[in-house]
Design a binder for this molecule. Structure first.
Ligand SMILES: [Zn+2]
Length: 274
């Protein structure tokens, strides 16, 4: 216990403020972001540990579990090589039975979905396990909670900046269903030309980029941030951030008005609305 405690104390001394709630609250714990549950055998990359207050550390555990199931189900090649998916799904069913009922398609729905999308279960896998999850409101909420933490973590890791609560973050995300239906993920393609840093993600020299990779871009004045992240084969996020209140909201509204687009593909995670 002593060793663990002093490790936390040393970390907090070097990183005294919680990075997840605006930078004004003292950190008391270390938060792993992305959470270890997303990684096979909980072997998470080094350097993704962040100072957190107890409240921010605790409030997202159900959401972490939901995102872990999405990531594992979307990556049939290696997503469940540690065999943890079944247990995670049982936990979800126990903790949130009403949610689980609408999250997992019925066997009949799953078979029909998979046929439509051209998904073949691996041997020993059912159609439900191989297939596409129903994205319900709680799934969307879980992804929002996850994305907000991820953006703040990556920003802090890359720049030491802490996002304030009125700084803006907007999100677009995709799963394997989007990739199969649309032949790829258009938002990554649109943003491909923007320069950024795509670091190696590893633990003890084992590269983990096939489980989690990202590209981080930031403007010279450090006011505009772009994070493109991908987990496994088919769950990914694009997060735009601005450290100037209202700037990004207005910019996006203008871009989509100029394009004549009839909908705004980015949802606001935090920042001023309207
Ligand atoms: Zn906090």
């Amino acid at each position: 216990m002593g060793e663990r405690k002093s490790k936390v104390q040393r970390f907090i001394k070097a990183h005294p403020k919680c990075i997840f709630c605006g930078g004004a609250t003292d950190a008391t714990t270390i938060e792993h972001c992305p959470p270890r549950a997303l990684f096979q055998s909980r072997i998470a990359p080094e350097g993704f540990e962040f100072p957190s207050c107890a409240k921010c550390n605790n409030y997202s555990s159900d959401e972490d579990l939901i995102v872990a199931v999405i990531v594992r189900m979307g990556s049939p090649k290696f997503g469940d090589s540690d065999g943890k998916l079944k247990g995670m799904m049982m936990n979800l069913n126990r903790q949130r039975p009403d949610f689980y009922k609408t999250f997992l398609p019925s066997a009949i729905e799953a078979r029909a979905n998979n046929r439509q999308l051209g998904i073949e279960p691996e041997s020993g896998q059912t159609h439900q396990e191989a297939g596409v999850l129903n994205v319900n409101d709680e799934t969307r909420l879980a992804i929002r909670v996850f994305a907000k933490k991820l953006a703040k973590g990556i920003l802090y890791k890359e720049t030491n900046l802490i996002l304030k609560n009125d700084d803006c973050l907007v999100l677009n995300w995709f799963t394997n269903a989007n990739v199969i239906r649309d032949g790829g993920y258009k938002v990554f393609e649109l943003l491909n030309h923007i320069n950024g840093k795509s670091p190696k993600v590893s633990r003890a020299n084992v590269v983990l980029n096939n489980q989690f990779e990202y590209k981080f871009s930031i403007s010279d004045d450090q006011n505009l941030i772009l994070i493109q992240a991908k987990f496994g084969e088919s769950f990914g996020l694009v997060i735009l951030g601005s450290r100037m209140p209202k700037y990004l909201e207005n910019l996006l509204a203008k871009i989509f008005k100029d394009l004549g687009a009839d909908y705004q593909p980015f949802e606001i995670l935090q920042g001023e609305q309207g």
